[in-house]
Ligand binder design. Structure first.
Ligand SMILES: NC(=O)c1ccc[n+]([C@@H]2O[C@H](COP(=O)([O-])OP(=O)(O)OC[C@H]3O[C@@H](n4cnc5c(N)ncnc54)[C@H](O)[C@@H]3O)[C@@H](O)[C@H]2O)c1
Ligand SMILES: [Zn+2]
Length: 341
C-alpha cells in the first residue's frame, strides 16, 4: 500500500492499494478515536457491490452506521439530496465529532463532502473513491459541491477530507467507458507535469494492470503537490484545467450526454492543435479509446466560454502544454482562443 500525505492546513493521507475496502474501518479508526456515528453515503450502482463490505468493517470497529443510498448519476448531485442527508444527520443526533463516509465516484464524494462541510458548520468526511476519476482527482483536494439546474458545480465549499482510500481493486467493476474517462485525467497529469508517467502510459493500462497502484499513486502525488501550493485555486491549480476550458463547453453543449472525461480528452486535443505535442497526445488518446475531435465551431466555443463561471472578469486563463510534462498558464480574451484551434 502507498500512503501519500497532502500537506494542507488540516493535512491528511491518501491510501492507494488493493484490498483496502474490507479494512476501511480500521484505517479510519487509526486516525480518529472520537467519532461514534457514521453516515455511509453511497449510490445504487456502487452500494450493491461494496456497501456491505464497508459497513461490516466500520461496525467491526464499533461505529454506529446509518446508510444513505441515492440514485446513481450526475442528476442526483443536487441540493435536494444534500437536504436529505442533512436531515438524516440531524435526525440521528450526529455531533461535531461524528463523520460522513462517502463510498462512490466523484458524484458521491463531491456531494457527501459538501453535506459534511455544512452540517454543524463542518464535520469530518472520509472518501472511499470507487472510480478512477474519483481516485486520481475528485476525492483529493477538498473541492466539494453540487449542481444547480443553471449549471454544474455552482454550489460548493472547500472542505478537505480526513482520509482518502483508493482501493484499485474496486475499479475492476467499472465499465470500459467509465474507466477510459478516468484515463483521460491520468493522461492530463502526464502531459501537464510528468514525462515519466507519459512513458509508462504508452503501454496500455487496463483495469487489471499490476501497475495501477503506481499510476493512481503518482497522479495523487501530482494533485497533492498542486493542492498544497494552491489550496484555494488561484494559481497553479489552474494547470489541472488543461483541456477543461474547451471540455466544459463541449460537455454542456451536449446537454451532458458527452461524459466529462471524453469532453476533456477532446478539449486537450483541440487546445493543443498547434502545439508540438499534438500528435503524441492524439496517439495516446487513441490508445485509450478516447475521442480527440469535435465538430464545435470557434464561435460556439467562444460563446460557451463567455458563459462559463470560471472566467475572471472578461479574461480567461487557459492551460497549455508545449512540451510533455510542462504546463504554462496564459490569460487571454475569450476570442483569442481562435488562435489555438
Ligand atoms: N471535487 C473535485 O475536485 C472534482 C474533480 C473532478 C470531477 N469532479 C466531479 O466528479 C463527478 C464525476 O465523477 P465520476 O466520473 O466518478 O462519476 P460518478 O460518481 O457518476 O461515477 C461514474 C459511474 O460509475 C459508476 N460507478 C462508480 N464506481 C463504480 C464501481 N467501482 N464499479 C461499477 N460502477 C461504478 C457510477 O454509478 C456511475 O454510473 C462530476 O460530478 C464532477 O463534477 C469533482
Ligand atoms: Zn476533469
Amino acid at each position: 500500500m502507498r500512503r501519500i500525505k497532502v500537506k494542507v492546513r488540516h493535512g491528511y493521507e491518501v491510501l492507494v492499494g488493493r484490498g483496502l475496502l474490507k479494512d476501511c474501518g480500521m484505517y479510519i479508526k487509526s486516525g480518529d478515536t472520537k467519532t461514534r456515528k457514521i453516515l455511509l453515503v453511497s449510490e445504487t450502482n456502487v452500494a450493491p457491490l461494496y456497501k456491505d463490505i464497508a459497513k461490516a468493517s466500520l461496525e467491526k470497529e464499533g461505529y454506529e452506521v446509518t446508510e444513505y443510498i441515492f440514485e446513481a448519476g450526475e442528476q442526483s448531485k443536487n441540493l435536494d439530496q444534500v437536504t436529505k442527508m442533512l436531515e438524516i444527520l440531524a435526525g440521528n443526533a450526529f455531533t461535531r465529532t461524528d463523520a460522513v463516509v462517502a463510498l462512490g465516484g466523484g458524484v458521491t464524494t463531491d456531494m457527501a463532502g459538501f453535506a459534511a462541510s455544512i452540517f454543524l458548520r463542518g464535520i469530518k468526511v472520509y472518501q472511499i473513491a470507487t472510480t478512477l476519476l474519483a481516485q486520481v482527482d475528485a476525492s483529493v483536494g477538498g473541492k466539494t459541491g453540487v449542481d444547480l439546474k443553471e449549471g454544474k458545480n455552482l454550489v460548493g465549499a472547500f472542505h478537505q477530507p480526513s482520509l482518502v482510500i483508493c482501493d484499485v481493486d474496486l475499479l475492476k467493476s467499472l465499465t470500459d467507458e467509465v474507466f477510459a474517462e478516468g484515463m483521460a485525467e491520468v493522461i492530463k497529469y502526464a502531459f501537464i507535469s510528468d514525462e515519466d508517467l507519459y512513458e509508462k502510459l504508452k503501454t496500455k493500462v487496463t483495469k487489471d494492470s499490476p501497475d495501477l497502484i503506481d499510476i493512481v499513486a503518482r497522479c495523487v502525488e501530482l494533485k497533492a503537490y498542486v493542492v498544497e501550493k494552491d489550496e484555494l485555486d488561484n494559481g497553479l491549480r489552474q494547470t489541472l484545467n488543461f483541456g477543461h476550458t474547451i471540455g466544459h463547453v463541449i460537455e454542456r453543449n451536449s446537454g451532458y450526454k458527452i461524459p466529462h472525461g471524453y469532453a476533456v480528452a477532446k478539449g486537450m486535443a483541440l487546445i493543443s492543435k498547434k502545439s508540438r505535442i499534438s500528435k503524441k497526445l492524439e496517439e495516446m488518446l487513441k490508445l485509450y479509446d478516447l475521442p480527440y475531435e469535435d465538430p464545435i465551431t470557434p464561435d460556439e466555443l467562444i460563446a460557451g466560454i463567455m458563459s462559463d463561471k470560471k472566467k475572471r472578469g472578461s479574461k480567461i486563463t487557459i492551460a497549455l502544454v508545449n512540451e510533455i510534462g510542462k504546463c504554462e498558464l496564459k490569460t487571454i480574451e475569450p476570442t483569442e482562443i481562435k488562435g489555438y484551434l
